[in-house]
Design a protein around this ligand. Structure first.
Ligand SMILES: Nc1nc2c(ncn2[C@@H]2O[C@H](COP(=O)(O)OP(=O)(O)O)[C@@H](O)[C@H]2O)c(=O)[nH]1
Ligand SMILES: [Mg+2]
Ligand SMILES: [Zn+2]
Length: 304
């Protein structure tokens, strides 16, 4: 049989088959030996073949992936953890306040997705709570990110139904991320009440320890639309990215940097006649984006 992996606990997998049934499977040992260097051979979003010989099925093969998203292994070894496979788009839920999501975190997330060539949606939530100046900031950010090619919108997941978000999810597999407390579960419940996520959960001191054992989980919004909920997103890493390559993943820098005097050797930090720096000074590249770029170049950990 063929199916879609909805959930992984590390050793067991929930697989949704074409007949609409969910089956619990294990990985047949030899898949692990086929040169997969990630810590987990099968990820949420994988399409697999499996056999049901008894209560627990056996995954026999992974079908070719369209893409996969990695996050760094906690121990910073050579191994990376596959967060999810076959993702059509990512949706970052952010809040300008209550709690505030930093621009550094937003940019790091978008750059990671861009590096995997996965389109991005940015949803600013809790608009009902915002004061005038906060609303203005949110509008400014929405415009800023739209300009870089991100689909950005503003919602109140608690107070309104979400036809626009639902339309964006239609027919796709969407990975959803965002800090604890921004309203991910509230939004999922609005989109698909049958998902019935707990909301308002305090994530206490145990959260850090949970990263190693918590895995992404996929939910069906309807027959052909799925969302992947991702715990432990702070581990989101910029895997294997060098300085020259980083500006590839800032869409607004891609064309501009062709005019840098030192060409592809310029990393746009302090080189003379750098077209990127000139564009920041001219205001055509947002200062906040450039600051995020510099902090990533410096290897700063802005995953907060
Ligand atoms: N006022 C307001 N509160 C919200 C909104 N969305 C979520 N919340 C509240 O924010 C808290 C955290 O929401 P939750 O969905 O659990 O966040 P999660 O940690 O991202 O899953 C809960 O108390 C929600 O009721 C919103 O649009 N407006
Ligand atoms: Mg939640
Ligand atoms: Zn430059």
């Amino acid at each position: 049989m063929e199916g879609l992996v909805l959930r992984s606990t590390g050793s067991f997998y929930d697989v949704l088959a074409a007949d609409g049934q969910k089956y619990v499977c294990k990985v047949r040992g030899k898949i692990r030996l086929e040169g997969i260097k990630e810590t987990n051979p099968v990820a949420v979003g994988d399409r697999v073949t499996f056999e049901m010989t008894n209560d627990v099925g056996a995954i026999t093969d992974i079908l070719p992936r369209k893409n996969h998203m990695l996050r760094q292994s906690v121990k910073k070894t050579a191994h990376a953890h596959v967060l999810a496979a076959n993702v059509d788009q990512v949706m970052l839920i952010a809040t300008v306040a209550y709690p505030r999501t930093s621009l550094g975190f937003i940019d790091r997330f978008l750059v990671s997705a861009e590096s995997f060539r996965i389109p991005q949606v940015l949803v600013f939530n809790k608009k009902d709570l915002l004061k005038d100046d906060e609303l203005q900031l949110q509008q400014k950010l929405t415009a800023l990110y739209e300009k870089t090619g991100v689909t950005a919108l503003t919602v109140s997941a608690l107070q309104e139904s979400q036809p626009d978000v639902l339309a964006l999810l239609q027919g796709k597999i969407t990975l959803i991320a965002g800090h604890s407390g921004v309203g991910k579960s509230t939004l999922l419940n609005k989109l698909a009440p049958h998902i019935n996520q707990k909301t308002g959960e305090i994530s206490g001191f145990s959260e850090k320890g949970m990263h190693t054992t918590t895995f992404a989980e996929m939910f069906a919004i309807n027959n052909n639309s799925f969302v992947i909920d991702t715990p432990g997103i702070k581990e989101w890493g910029l895997v294997d990215m060098n300085h020259q390559e980083l500006s590839d993943y800032f869409p607004e820098m891609r064309d501009v940097r062709l005019d840098c005097k030192f060409g592809s050797r310029c990393i746009h930090v302090n080189e003379p006649q750098c077209a990127v720096i000139a564009a920041v000074e001219a205001g055509t590249i947002a200062l906040s984006r450039y600051e995020s770029y510099l902090s990533m170049i410096a290897g700063e950990d802005n995953r907060k």
